[in-house]
Design a protein around this ligand. Structure first.
Ligand code: ASP
Ligand code: MG
Length: 455
């Protein structure tokens, strides 16, 4: 059995869904279980509906409901063939329910996290139905399973954590047998509490769902179908023309995701790592492309560096103890503040009297600095960038740092960090130097490519 997950852009329209149908057919003999995101921008729009409604802007909210209904009817019915009437009823019922909820919320004027999840879940509830009918219409035997029946979570609405043991049992008992003789289609992102309230796993949660469902049914492989060819040696927004990485380890993929390659969030593949199930990133627009295969152990490679990832726009904070030497508890006081403001820090380096750290979320930065200034001098520098060389073999290969700094001769390097995992070597430079730096590093580390690992 395999797990095939299709992201929002892969199911955004009738054309996209027809591509999905063709791809699923190719893998039919592998007995796929299909997990889908909401169509295109649906989740954003649903959340906008929720906010408008709770803000008392009922008409605006209802206008977006109409827009979404039309989109689902237009594209859904177009792929449902002889099942169009049945699907039509489902879609309309969901939107009638949503309309009632919107009217209620706009009277009450407040929005609980629980209602937010009820609304946000509509996207995946519908897209999974649409895809079920599209498969059926094209002659593939398929069956819809409401994810809320089998993905059991805690009750932290909007950020629910799956209860893996219970979920795995439900998946074994309900999904595996169903998948023996038909293609099971499920929505990603959604689940429910033990007492039946709808929850969501947090934005972008469908990959996590795919990994959980794949692990739960014991899939041979988890395919993440998206709109890129896989992971590349450089972020295409910074340096086009990078090479595709054919094989990468989970640990390397996690470092890349962390520093900007927005293909896959590392935490989402943990259930797959636990069960040692390979995860393959594939492009639904170019299904013949081989993609990137993520496995628990790296394929041996002559190239120590597998990829250069970056974060283009970050702020450095320099925090200097106002006491003579760094008193103990200094770091604790600093990080307690970041924790309270729920702001994550990407890179840290310390000296005897000062700590430098980087953040990319500036929302609470003024408030954070104000608190830090109660016991430290603080200066900030915007417009910086993190560049990171990622590769398991960096730790075993002498001279990587030397080569990197040699080619960055003209850049002012502001911070350096060789991660504790030692599979990344990161540094901070001015944002204006980023393109040139990535390009120079790419030439240095990827002029010769090991064909076993790169395209
Ligand atoms: N539809 C959800 C979102 O947009 C989940 C996902 O697509 O992964 O966040
Ligand atoms: Mg996604």
């Amino acid at each position: 059995m395999i797990l095939m997950k299709f992201g929002g852009t892969s199911v955004e329209s009738q054309d996209a869904i027809n591509r999905v149908t063709r791809i699923v057919r190719r893998f039919e003999s592998h007995r796929p279980i299909v997990v889908v995101s909401a169509m295109g921008k649906t989740t954003n729009k649903l959340l906008a509906i929720a906010r408008e409604a709770a803000g008392g802007r009922r008409e605006q909210a209802l206008a977006v409901v109409d827009e979404l209904r039309l989109h689902h009817l237009t594209h859904g019915l177009a792929v449902a063939g002889p099942f169009a009437a049945e699907l039509d009823r489902y879609i309309r019922t969901h939107f009638e329910w949503l309309e009632e909820l919107v009217k209620g919320l706009s009277v009450v004027g407040e929005l609980s996290a629980r209602s937010m999840d009820a609304i946000a879940s509509v996207g995946e509830r519908l897209s999974s139905l649409v895809v079920t009918y599209a498969l059926r219409a094209s002659g593939i035997k398929s069956q819809h399973v409401d994810s809320r029946r089998v993905i059991r979570t805690d009750n932290r609405f909007t950020q629910a954590q799956p209860l893996l043991e219970e979920t795995y049992t439900l998946l074994q008992d309900q999904v595996r047998p169903a998948a023996e003789n038909s293609v099971v289609v499920m929505g990603g992102f959604i689940g429910s509490t033990a007492d039946g309230h709808t929850t969501t796993l947090g934005r972008g949660g469908s990959d996590y769902s795919a990994s959980i469902i794949g692990a739960g049914i014991g899939a041979d492989e988890i395919q993440i179908w998206t709109d890129v060819d896989g992971m590349l040696t450089a972020d295409p927004r910074i340096l086009p023309g990078g090479h595709r990485v054919r094989n990468i380890s989970f640990a390397e993929a996690a470092e890349m995701a962390y520093f900007g390659a927005k293909v896959l969030h590392p935490a989402t593949v943990l259930p797959a790592i636990d069960k040692d199930i390979p995860v393959v990133i594939l492009n639904s627009r170019r299904p013949e492309a081989e993609g990137t295969r993520i496995t628990s152990r790296a394929v041996p490679s002559k190239n120590a560096v597998k990829s250069i990832s970056c974060k283009p726009s970050i702020t450095i904070l320099n925090v200097r103890s106002t006491r003579m030497l760094m008193a103990h508890g200094f770091l604790h006081r600093i990080f307690e503040i970041f924790d309270r403001f729920e702001t994550s820090v990407d890179m840290v380096s310390t000296s005897e009297v000062s700590v430098s750290l980087t953040v990319d979320d500036r929302e609470n930065l003024d408030a954070i600095c104000a608190e830090l200034r109660q016991f430290a001098e603080v200066s900030t520098e915007d417009g910086q960038a993190i560049v990171c060389l990622v590769g398991e073999n960096i730790r075993y290969t002498p001279g990587i740092a030397g080569r990197a700094f040699q080619v960055l001769n003209d850049c002012n390097i502001r911070m350096i960090s060789q991660g504790a995992s030692v599979l990344n070597l990161g540094f901070v430079i001015a944002g204006t130097d980023l393109k040139a730096a990535v390009s120079a590093l790419h030439t240095e580390f990827f002029s010769e490519l090991d064909p076993a690992v790169f395209d």
